[in-house]
Design a protein. Structure first.
Lengths: 195, 927
């Protein structure tokens, strides 16, 4: 057989342009995080589900996130996406294993590992860059470490995670097809901070 | 020169700047505005008026100026800017503008952007009231945004005042030091809050680099729109002085009293040496005294009989002649005012100052429908009491914006306290004096006069909104900052009603003009609209693909190759080659943009039975079914294939454009109408890359690609699918055909998409595998009569119109659109139906969109009865000729008939056929 089937990320080939950014706005692609969308069975009354079952959280080694937050475990992270929806992510566990681990009775678990890709945005001006295109309040009082939001950045829908309480470290989960646009957008937004 | 020593807190006399106005070179100082620099050089006449061509000059000192518009030519062309708001920079080139400007003819390379800011308190205006409001909130620990439209904080403070025993400007500086030390305070000068919307949303424009001139950094946005969301908004926007309308009040050298005082203190410009001040208010006394002290001869005429004691004393000290009960009724002069007419007397002057009181700048209250109430003591409209204010509790006006004109009162209100009442001689409300109404200008920019208002009233108008639109008063760049209330007052006088019964016109955003470039921000060029790409995009680029926009996606349209005769294939040649390669061998398409929705849950089958017109619940795992979705009106909204994964799970394919709207459509029905259904929907559009491998040799390619899979027709029949592994990577193979050829769709997760694509291309090499684009896909599907939803349909087409009655279940009790199929109009045999058209000339390709009419060799006179239109039209390699699809009235019954398609001046005869033109028997499907 020919060479084995290699993996490709939507931001392959961008490292050179990311490297030109100033220290106050750094961008790094974090491809190939397994991601599984977890839904809970509605009970037929339209009421939201009570929360990510502890068993699911335990299976991936984290605690269930409260609304508007995400929790980080050793092997996986869990992100609150909506009243009955979570995204479980892991840079370590392969997608199929992660899907199997979170699949419980009822509800749904869907491997969406390639649906989005992850961008790490760090630096003293990281929050400034986001504030040029994200309407939610990113002040650490409102969006502290551990906060998660499904929002819009520029014209791309994203899942935004705060990694610190200083506005200097974020993960941005973006639809793979929008990754190139968003990378271009972020680089452009950092123009002001080039020296 | 009009510059006087000892004045000019805002200018730096050690820095001289050169500028050009109307072709002449002048100098000014850093800190000047173009207006102050012009006046310093004795230039009063800025332009001529838009309609009448009358000379015009500077009237006010800031953005309320109705008159002195200029066109900036350098550093970058920009029209319609008030000279009063342009900060002087070295090398500035401008010229006076008679009303209309000129947009730049060269691309604007400056950056523009926006920023989102949230706060507890937004304070608009950094005058004494605003500074106190910001400081008070900041000291409470609140997040504060303080914006002010001038170059420096201080608002109306001129430097002569004292606050808390200190010079006012020292107080301002100290307050700013305190605010700037607080990380939760954002302070922006040169920032105009131009729009106030519901729930504390305020838009503000920051001018970031213009004042830096040639030193402006290129990587910083020139202007920024701040999108501010505030829990509370404090409006501390001050007040605009109101002129008194007199005959010939528009000559250069006639301005507002406060403006002349401003120019003196801020810029050291004494705008006249022989000054007449005409007032009905106290504030002009300070202006008169200050101007006299700076060296002018000043006569003050007060329309009132009583005079304010303190003001009169100051004026007496400076030698100002004060006359009471005196009114100006006209002016003399041509290019410049030379006399003020007072009764029968003509007082010589080179500057006439008008002061009729002060209008609170309540625009930001009015924008959100806050009430403005007439205050007879002010002769002006001011924000209503918060208790009865529709603007809500979150909005407060303080200081002069609230009608509180004394400094102590402003400071108190800024700090959240009540202002103590002060002694002042009531303003005499005097909108105009006697004179010729055709020369009494109300709106200088619009050349609109008292006579125009009289004409509006004479025409029967009673509402100030109607008068505004009839006369155009208040519709210019300044939006009537100085003319609006006067127009109300004069209208009230003419109607003989109190002004409070008329009110004033509603202020609407923007407060000052905002360039479209600023609103567009960074959403230009490559960032105008996101370009969505599949993970194979770099491969397509390397292969020379020509891309087409499909929604936001960039899809390869065709892959032109070099021609043997030199050059590159055009689209027709490339598509004919690609089509022939597919039908004669094998081709491969990047179909990854197709929408994909994972449908999971015990009721998934029941749910899809409602969504699709045909039955999906009966589909067996491992099988594929084509389905059509309709709206409630029975019209087709999308189509695609459905794979049943297991009893409780389906994978639904939508069209590329349908991915997001169809998911929304399904979620809406699920959440609002059928919440009892145990179903979850998840978009997996970008999780899965999908590559149709199409053509008689596709079996060979798939067989080589997945050697563990039996690809024989018996083991792997049409419309079935299976999961397998290739090199340990999960791959899904499905026998689906959008061309009528033997075909597989290969689906793989996005991570491995490029590797699988390259593997397929490599393995197909020996069979001549040809990558093909959307254009070839369209031709191949059209040859088989497969419609493209959105191209061959337009929201008025039913499945039956498409010849797809077979896809509409007669057994299901209900599904979306079912009821509409029994409407009489949906049963009309003359509905437009999808048919094929063959031009009798096999080389003539009909234009898409062309109309179809009855067969004729001469068109009847219009209106020509239309039978329908061409929806798709191509050149077919398989047919060796052109063909088209069309929606034609009663089309199915017309098969075999001839019709006419007018193309340009020609009448093209065509034959109506069934929509399936290639392999109608379906013999090619299984290879």
């Amino acid at each position: 057989m020919a060479e084995s089937l290699f993996r490709t990320g939507p931001l392959d080939g961008w490292a050179g342009r990311f490297a030109e950014l100033p220290d106050s706005v750094t961008i790094m692609a974090e491809p190939f995080h397994a991601m599984v969308d977890v839904r809970l069975a509605p009970d037929g009354t339209g009421r939201p589900a009570p929360g990510l079952p502890g068993s699911v959280a335990a299976a991936v080694g984290t605690t269930p996130p409260e609304p508007g937050t995400w929790t980080d475990g050793e092997q996986a992270a869990a992100i609150w996406l909506g009243p009955d929806e979570w995204l479980v992510t892991s840079p370590f566990t392969p997608p199929a294993e992660l899907e199997a681990a979170v699949r419980g009775p009822g509800g749904a678990a869907v491997d969406v590992s390639a649906q989005r890709t992850t961008i790490r945005l760090r630096g003293a001006h990281a929050r400034d860059v986001l504030e040029t295109g994200c309407a939610i309040d990113l002040h650490p009082r409102s969006f502290p470490a551990g906060a998660a939001a499904v929002t819009t950045l520029g014209q791309a829908g994203v899942v935004l995670l705060a990694l610190d309480g200083a506005g200097t470290d974020y993960r941005i989960l973006v639809r793979s097809s929008f990754a190139g646009y968003l990378a271009e957008w972020l680089i452009d937004a950092a123009t002001e901070f080039r020296t | 020169m009009s510059r006087v020593d000892g004045y000019g807190t805002r200018i730096d006399r050690s820095r001289t700047l050169r500028f050009t106005f109307d072709g002449r070179e002048y100098t000014g100082h850093a800190g000047d505005t173009l207006a102050s620099a012009l006046l310093a050089n004795g230039v009063h006449r800025v332009s001529t008026s838009v309609d009448l061509g009358r000379p015009r000059g500077i009237v006010a000192a800031w953005s309320e100026d109705p008159s002195g518009l200029v066109q900036v030519e350098e550093p970058f062309p920009e029209p319609m800017l008030p000279a009063t708001t342009i900060e002087l920079t070295d090398g500035l080139v401008a010229r006076g503008l008679p009303g209309r400007g000129r947009l730049a003819e060269v691309p604007d390379t400056a950056r523009y952007d926006r920023k989102h800011t949230h706060c507890d308190v937004l304070v608009v205006g950094a005058g004494p009231a605003g500074l106190l409001a910001a400081r008070t909130a900041a000291r409470r620990g609140e997040r504060v945004v303080l914006v002010d439209d001038r170059p420096a904080a201080g608002g109306s403070l001129l430097g002569t005042e004292r606050i808390c025993g200190r010079a006012a400007l020292e107080f301002v500086a100290d307050t700013l030091v305190e605010l700037h030390a607080n990380p939760d305070v954002v302070h922006l000068q040169r920032t105009t809050a131009f729009g106030h919307y519901d729930d504390g949303f305020v838009l503000a424009l920051e001018r970031r680099t213009d004042h830096l001139g040639a030193d402006a950094p290129r990587n910083v946005s020139r202007q920024r729109v701040h999108r501010i969301r505030a829990a509370r908004v404090v409006v501390a926007t001050g007040a605009h002085e109101r002129p008194i309308v007199v005959e010939d009040n528009d000559r250069p050298g006639i301005m507002l009293a406060g403006a002349a005082r401003d120019l003196l203190h801020r810029h050291g410009v004494l705008a006249g040496r022989e000054i007449v001040v005409f007032t009905s208010d106290d504030a002009a006394y300070d202006a008169a005294a200050d101007l006299a002290k700076a060296g002018a001869r000043v006569t003050l005429l007060d329309a009132r009989d009583g005079v304010p004691a303190a003001g009169a004393r100051r004026c007496a000290e400076q030698g100002v002649t004060v006359r009471t009960g005196a009114v100006v009724t006209g002016t003399r002069g041509t290019e410049h005012v030379t006399h003020a007419v007072v009764g029968g007397e003509e007082l010589p002057c080179d500057l006439l100052l008008l002061s009729g009181g002060w209008n609170p700048v309540a625009h930001l209250v009015s924008h959100i429908r806050g009430t403005l109430a007439y205050d007879p003591a002010l002769g002006a409209f001011r924000p209503g009491e918060p208790a009865d204010d529709t603007a809500g509790d979150g909005v407060t006006a303080v200081g002069a914006a609230n009608g509180t004109l004394d400094l102590a009162g402003c400071l108190a209100e800024g700090a959240g306290e009540r202002a103590q009442p002060v002694e002042r001689t009531p303003t005499k409300v005097l909108w105009r004096t006697d004179g010729d109404p055709t020369r009494q200008f109300v709106d200088l920019q619009r050349d609109a006069t008292v006579a125009d208002i009289a004409r509006a009233v004479g025409a029967g108008m009673r509402s100030v909104e109607h008068v505004k639109r009839y006369t155009t008063i208040g519709t210019a760049h300044d939006q009537g900052k100085t003319s609006g209330v006067i127009a109300s007052g004069i209208t009230a006088e003419l109607l003989g009603v109190p002004i409070e019964s008329l009110g004033t016109t509603t202020f609407r955003p923007p407060y000052t003009p905002v360039a479209f470039a600023a609103l567009a921000g960074r959403e230009r060029g490559r960032l105008f609209d996101p370009a969505r790409t599949t993970v194979l995009h770099p491969w397509h680029e390397d292969a020379g693909a020509v891309f087409e926009d499909v929604g936001q996606w960039k899809r390869p349209r065709y892959y032109p190759r070099p021609r043997e005769t030199g050059g590159i294939e055009d689209m027709d040649a490339a598509v004919l080659r690609e089509c022939a390669a597919v039908r004669g061998g094998v081709g491969i398409l990047d179909g990854s943009t197709l929408g994909k929705i994972d449908v999971q849950g015990p009721d998934a089958g029941a749910f899809l039975d409602m969504i699709y017109t045909n039955v999906m619940s009966g589909l067996k795992p491992g099988k594929v079914r084509y389905g059509v979705m309709c709206g409630l009106d029975g019209m087709v909204i999308d189509d695609g294939t459905v794979l049943r994964i297991d009893p409780e799970r389906f994978c639904v394919y939508t069209t590329t454009g349908g991915a997001a709207p169809i998911l929304d459509h399904m979620e809406e029905w699920l959440q609002t109408e059928w919440p009892h259904l145990r179903v979850h929907l998840t978009s997996v559009t970008e999780q899965w890359a999908t590559f149709p491998v199409v053509g008689p040799r596709s079996r060979d390619v798939i067989g080589a690609f997945a050697p563990d899979v039996d690809v024989s027709v018996e083991a792997f029949p049409f419309m079935s699918w299976l999961d397998t592994h290739v090199d340990g990577i999960p791959v899904r193979l499905a026998r689906i055909s959008f061309s009528g050829e033997l075909a597989w769709e290969v689906s793989v997760d996005g991570w491995h998409a490029r590797a699988v694509w390259e593997r397929l291309v490599a393995l197909g090499g020996q069979y001549g595998i040809t990558p093909y684009g959307t254009e070839t896909m369209h031709v191949l599907r059209a040859e088989k009569g497969y419609p493209i939803i959105g191209q061959d349909t337009d929201g008025t087409v039913t499945p039956q119109d498409l010849g797809m009655a077979w896809a509409v279940s007669r057994k299901k009790p209900d599904f979306l659109g079912k009821r509409s199929f029994s409407r009489s109009s949906n049963l009309d045999p003359l509905r437009k139906q999808l048919v094929g058209l063959l031009p009798l000339d096999p080389d003539l390709k009909l234009p898409e969109g062309a109309q179809v009419v009855e067969l004729t060799d001469a068109l009847p006179p219009p209106p020509v009865p239309m039978l329908g239109h061409v929806t798709s039209s191509y050149r077919s390699a398989a047919l060796g000729r052109t063909f088209a699809l069309a929606l034609v009235k009663g089309g199915h019954a017309r098969i075999g008939e001839r019709l006419t398609v007018p193309v340009g001046g020609a009448l093209v005869p065509v034959e109506v056929t069934g929509s399936v033109l290639v392999d109608p028997e379906g013999t090619r499907r299984d290879g």
